[in-house]
Design a protein around this ligand. Structure first.
Ligand code: CAA
Length: 389
């Protein structure tokens, strides 16, 4: 039985900062951010968006009434969770009006959690072929104003339906994974901003990629020439390129050219959104699929990396007419309707968070065009609104 990605949706907040303007404000050469890091725009999450609303808005784009009935498992992958106990999946399940006879859980392992979610979903569908699983990768990347990680922030979510007979991508089963206890990037419970050893994280990302790629080649017998493209977890768009370059010497010239060209296409969306942690690899896949017509049955390599660290390499096969099941127009509209905010405005928005002492607050939701928003907090409970209900 074929199992894989049947639908894929995406959401990013309605405001962004221009990276050249951020560079000027930080006294940095703009080319460092646009070329050295490889980012053009950075999505900014207003106080009315959190990991739950981002995920719910991404899912809203893809689910119909049949999905509402058939989804019996919601997996919320995030490292921006809003509660130490209750999962974000339960809120999303309610906001979307899904069938009550469903499981709902949250998974965490930095940027890797959505990949773990997809693998769990595959197992669930293998045992229950009629089921559909909603897998969410949703995050707000926060390092802090004026930090070296600031240029690699971002916000957004990807939602996927994993099912039998998928219409977009069949996932194969020769995955290779790797875990090693390292401190390259982490976020202690008391902090709403990440801690990072930047250079070390870059080195480990590449090391993990090299190790899982080598092992994948041994296990599968496949090589670079068998990949139409390789999509990467993209903390910033230069990162995947650095990893890809380390293996290109093994490939004939035409394969090298193809992989480099498709790499650029796979970074278009990420370049304008920033890091969305768990959703980043899948946003890169979406960018590739929506911005280039690839042949049916093309094999796409996927490198997932979650600091701390877990890495995985796996591949998927594009299904006949997969492009008919994408939403290029909707995503172009999402990007085109975003509004730029000044660096000063972004700084103000960055500091506007729910009160840390749990006191009540009400936000003005009229300025956020998203369908699902956070309207505030009352008696220590986040208040969510689905404007369509
Ligand atoms: N024109 C063009 N390029 C320029 C330039 C200019 N004027 N000035 C500098 N550059 C280049 C540099 O040469 C460098 O390129 P290379 O890496 O190819 O050598 C690049 O711009 C970045 O410069 P620095 O290394 O000096 O940048 P930095 O130290 O200020 O910060 C960073 C870079 C370490 C990535 C930092 O942004 C950071 O810590 N980010 C968060 C951590 C991260 O994203 N790590 C990635 C791996 S971990 C992971 O993937 C998990 C996750 O999501 C967090």
């Amino acid at each position: 039985m074929k199992i894989g990605i049947d639908k894929i949706g995406f959401y990013t907040p309605h405001i962004f900062v221009d990276m050249e303007k951020l560079a000027v404000a930080r006294n940095v050469e703009p080319a460092k951010f646009t070329i050295g890091i490889g980012q053009s725009q950075m999505s900014v999450a207003p106080a009315t968006q959190d990991s739950v609303t981002l995920a719910a808005n991404a899912a809203l784009e893809i689910i119909n009434d049949e999905d509402r009935e058939k989804i019996d498992f919601v997996i919320f992958g995030s490292e921006s969770g809003i509660d130490h106990s209750k999962s974000g999946a339960v809120y999303v399940h309610h906001l979307l009006g899904l069938n009550p006879n469903a499981r709902a859980v949250e998974l965490k392992q930095a940027c890797y959690a959505a990949t773990a979610g997809i693998q769990m979903a595959k197992g669930h569908v293998a045992l229950n072929p009629e089921s559909k699983v909603l897998v969410l990768g949703t995050d707000i990347a926060r390092y802090g104003l004026n930090t070296s990680g600031e240029s690699t922030q971002g916000a957004g979510a990807v939602a996927m339906i994993i099912s039998a007979n998928p219409r977009i991508m069949e996932l194969d089963n020769q995955n290779v994974y790797l875990t090693n206890d390292i401190m390259d990037f982490w976020r202690p419970i008391y902090s709403d901003k990440a801690f990072v050893d930047g250079k070390f994280s870059n080195e480990q990302y590449i090391l993990f990629f090299n190790k899982v790629w080598e092992a994948y080649k041994d296990k599968s017998g496949l090589e670079l020439k068998d990949m139409e493209a390789i999509c990467y977890h993209l903390p910033y768009t230069k990162m995947g390129l650095k990893a890809l370059r380390t293996v290109l010497d093994d490939a004939p010239e035409e394969v090298k050219e193809r992989l480099l060209e498709n790499y650029q296409i796979s970074t278009i969306y990420n370049r304008n959104v920033g890091n969305i942690y768990t959703g980043s690899l899948y946003l890169s896949l979406l960018s590739l699929l929506e911005n280039k017509e690839l042949k049916d049955s093309s094999r796409i390599g996927m490198f997932s990396y979650g600091s701390g660290a877990v890495g995985e390499f796996f591949t998927g096969i594009l299904q006949p007419n997969y492009r008919q099941h994408l939403n290029l127009e909707g995503h172009q509209q999402l990007f085109n309707s975003r509004q730029e905010v000044s660096v000063e405005e972004y700084e103000r928005i960055f500091e506007e968070t729910l009160p840390a002492d749990g006191s009540d607050i009400e936000f003005d939701i009229s300025r956020d065009p998203a369908t699902i928003v956070l309207s505030g907090s009352l008696e220590n409970k986040r208040q969510y609104v689905n404007k369509n209900r």
